[in-house]
Design a binder for this molecule. Structure first.
Ligand code: SF4
Length: 254
């Protein structure tokens, strides 16, 4: 059986988090190829597919139903909304694990009604926005050609209107967008998230992280928003390899 479940890992956003990977591909399967991605090269993908059957998901979750964790988190080797039946998998995870369910998404498919409906079954959705302009979006996130920033922002806005759970925006700041904090804060104010997570790539990747002082300066632009946290303020910085150590090592930080 493929390793669909990994962790739990200690997540700076979600506490002790049991990861669920509905892609389970050996290389990245994603609609983006972000400059800071820690997963390396992979398969560009813009269509939803069933890479792991619901039966496999249920069987893998059965094995870990007594593992203590704070969240069951859909993430893994790429973009989780590319997996068809994500909504069904969310329901199975909640009923088997008795945990709140989170999904970390790059937001690319939120312009689709079916994806919004399935994501709305989660308790927490962490949606990525890294750029205030199409040009920077192309430069930082390097999406498949069918994706454009305006559609994604409209999709998040639409999702916000119908979602009663917690919506967090994750904004990754690197050299290329660090002078656009005010514009990013304007986007956050429009999208009405419950939380803004200001991040910078601290794990080994092709891009240098920004300093704590730079993130503190960026955070000040977000004043007035409900809750704003930076990765440097997190109290749980490292992965805790308690389960399936070998697969955990290649999985992304949650
Ligand atoms: S969205 Fe995530 S998995 Fe996809 S390329 Fe960007 S960082 Fe990597």
């Amino acid at each position: 059986m493929r390793s669909i479940v990994y962790g739990p890992v200690s997540s700076w956003r979600l506490g002790r988090s049991l990861g669920i990977d509905l892609l389970s591909t050996t290389t990245k399967t994603c609609s983006f190829d972000c400059v800071y991605c820690q997963l390396g090269a992979g398969q560009p993908a813009d269509e939803r597919r069933e890479l792991v059957s619901i039966h496999e998901v249920a069987a893998s979750l059965e094995e870990v139903r007594h593992v203590p964790a704070d969240y069951a988190t859909f993430s893994g080797m790429g973009e989780p909304t590319l997996a068809r039946k994500l909504g069904e998998a969310i329901e199975i995870a909640r009923s088997l694990l008795h945990l709140p369910v989170a999904v970390l998404t790059n937001s690319s498919l939120l312009s689709r009604e079916d994806v919004r409906q399935e994501l709305a079954r989660a308790d927490v959705v962490v949606a990525k926005v890294d750029a205030p302009t199409e040009e920077l979006f192309q430069q930082i996130n390097r999406p498949c050609p069918s994706f454009h920033l305006a559609d994604i922002l409209n999709g998040i806005s639409e999702f916000r209107r119908g979602f009663s759970g917690k919506l967090a925006l994750q904004m990754m700041f690197v050299e290329a967008n660090k002078e656009y904090a005010a514009e990013m804060a304007r986007i956050a104010r429009d999208l009405l998230p419950d939380e803004v997570q200001i991040n910078t790539p601290l794990r080994p990747c092709p891009v240098e992280p920004l300093s704590k002082e730079e993130l503190d300066r960026i955070k000040r632009e977000f004043s007035g928003l409900k809750r704003v946290v930076t990765v440097y303020e997190a109290t749980t910085p490292e992965v805790v390899p308690l389960h399936r150590e070998e697969t955990l090592r290649r999985r992304p930080r949650l």
